[in-house]
Design a binder for this molecule. Structure first.
Ligand code: HEC
Ligand code: HEC
Length: 364
């Protein structure tokens, strides 16, 4: 299937998501109607604010404390040590496992033009595993990576929740040259994605709060435990690092647990294999038999479920409207939030590369 299908009915109604919508989203409890603006007969779609976790800005209490430059930090199975100052250096990034990947090209390790041309590896990590709040890059087709950076640059790729702090890619995309992006794209495309996520079907989820752009367990040390209490999953998809401290240290091996409602994975499998709107929208038609990507269509298997979910919402709301995204438009057109949660749970639970293996844990 060609990914350059002609633009037929895709309304580019993103500009109508005005500052008012942005404010409404900020103030939203759980659901904010966004797509009431859609001119077509598509069913209304509400972007749930929980899918785009963004911690409120902290009150300005003067200059931020300087990161520690004395105490050496460690992560499991790495012989290296960095201070928090080094961990936070976006122009010469920490690399806990240099043996796990070929040498990084300069844009991945040192970045481009300051102050916004940060190193790709700062956010997407040296081995391209990425973090749930941004994206995995390893194993994406190089041409797709270049195309997406271009879409961020010309703002044809936005986020369905304008309040979400994913703007870093827009500033970034305007601060790197095409040559720098090409070097990074070739590097990341040649790497393999490894599994880091566990999908858990639950009725009750451990209590969490938002840190930056991610959920963290309420427990003081940020590790999985229910001693801080649980709450109903209530139709949500909540992805949490098993250790927030390791996430903050940019440890590429920290596992993430994704909590979804009971029955999501089987439901997602049905939607993915039968197609949400008939055979033509079966995910495997375009993303390949094991959803590991095909030609320019990106792999989706085994990637961060919360990111998959946000992308489905980005397509559905029209926020992602670059030329290739029109191919996804009919796929998402009739999906409900619950359908998307199920698809993200199923897709995320698959192996990110052959051979197929599943790591799906069900709640007791
Ligand atoms: C400051 C953090 C940051 C840096 C540095 C950064 N990115 Fe990103 N990147 C993001 C975020 C956040 C997203 C997700 C945006 C979204 O989905 O709305 C993203 C998404 C992407 C995507 C989309 C992937 C997909 O699956 O569609 C590509 C491609 C990408 N970045 C490439 C790069 C390259 C190449 C560099 C270096 C030249 C880079 N990024 C540097 C934060 C960053
Ligand atoms: C008709 C072809 C087609 C079908 C069917 C299809 N996709 Fe896609 N998908 C694409 C293309 C092309 C892109 C890249 C869009 C772009 O470049 O903006 C994409 C992108 C995506 C992305 C974003 C990945 C990223 O890296 O950000 C997700 C998630 C996704 N598809 C999920 C699905 C799911 C789930 C299904 C089945 C319910 C599905 N797709 C069915 C063609 C398709």
């Amino acid at each position: 299937m060609s990914i350059s299908a002609p633009i037929t009915h895709r309304p580019l109604f993103w500009p109508r998501l005005s500052a008012v919508s942005a404010l409404a989203l900020l103030a939203a409890p759980r659901l904010t109607p966004l797509a009431a603006q859609a001119p077509s007969a598509k069913p209304a779609f509400a972007v749930p604010s929980w899918a785009f976790p963004t911690a409120p800005a902290k009150p300005n209490t003067g200059p931020a404390p300087r990161p520690d430059s004395v105490v050496l930090q460690h992560v499991p199975n790495s012989t290296r040590a960095f201070t928090m100052k080094q961990v936070g250096n976006a122009f010469d990034i920490p690399d806990w496992f240099p043996e796990a990947h070929p040498p990084m090209p300069a844009p991945a390790q040192y970045g481009g033009t300051r102050p916004n041309g940060r190193a790709c590896g700062f956010c997407h990590l040296p081995d391209g595993q990425g973090r749930p709040e941004n994206s995995t890059l390893s194993g994406l087709p190089a041409a797709y990576i270049r195309q997406q950076v271009k879409a961020f640059r010309d703002s044809t790729r936005l986020a369905a929740n304008p309040a979400a702090a994913t703007n870093s890619m827009h500033l970034l995309a305007r601060s790197v040259t095409d040559d720098e992006v090409a070097l990074a794209a070739d590097y990341y495309a040649a790497l393999r994605l490894t599994r880091r996520n566990i999908v858990r079907e639950v009725a009750q989820v451990p209590k969490t709060h938002v840190e930056g752009m991610l959920y963290a367990y309420d427990r003081v040390d940020g590790t999985a435990d229910t001693s801080a209490g649980t709450e109903p999953i209530d139709g949500r998809l909540i992805e949490v690092p098993v250790s927030f401290a390791r996430h903050e240290l940019r440890d590429p091996t920290v596992p993430y647990v994704t909590y979804v409602p009971v029955g999501s994975i089987a439901r997602g499998r049905r939607l993915a294999t039968r197609g949400p709107a008939g055979a033509a929208t079966t995910c495997t038609v375009c993303h390949g038999p094991q959803l590991l990507g095909k030609d320019l269509v990106p792999p989706i298997a085994g990637r961060s479920p919360s990111n998959i979910l946000r992308q489905l919402m980005n397509f559905r709301s029209g926020a992602r409207h670059d030329s290739a995204s029109v191919t996804m438009a009919p796929v998402v057109e009739r999906l409900t939030v619950s359908d998307m949660v199920s698809l993200a749970a199923y897709v995320g639970s698959l192996a990110p590369s052959a051979p197929v293996r599943r790591a799906v844990l069900h709640s007791k």
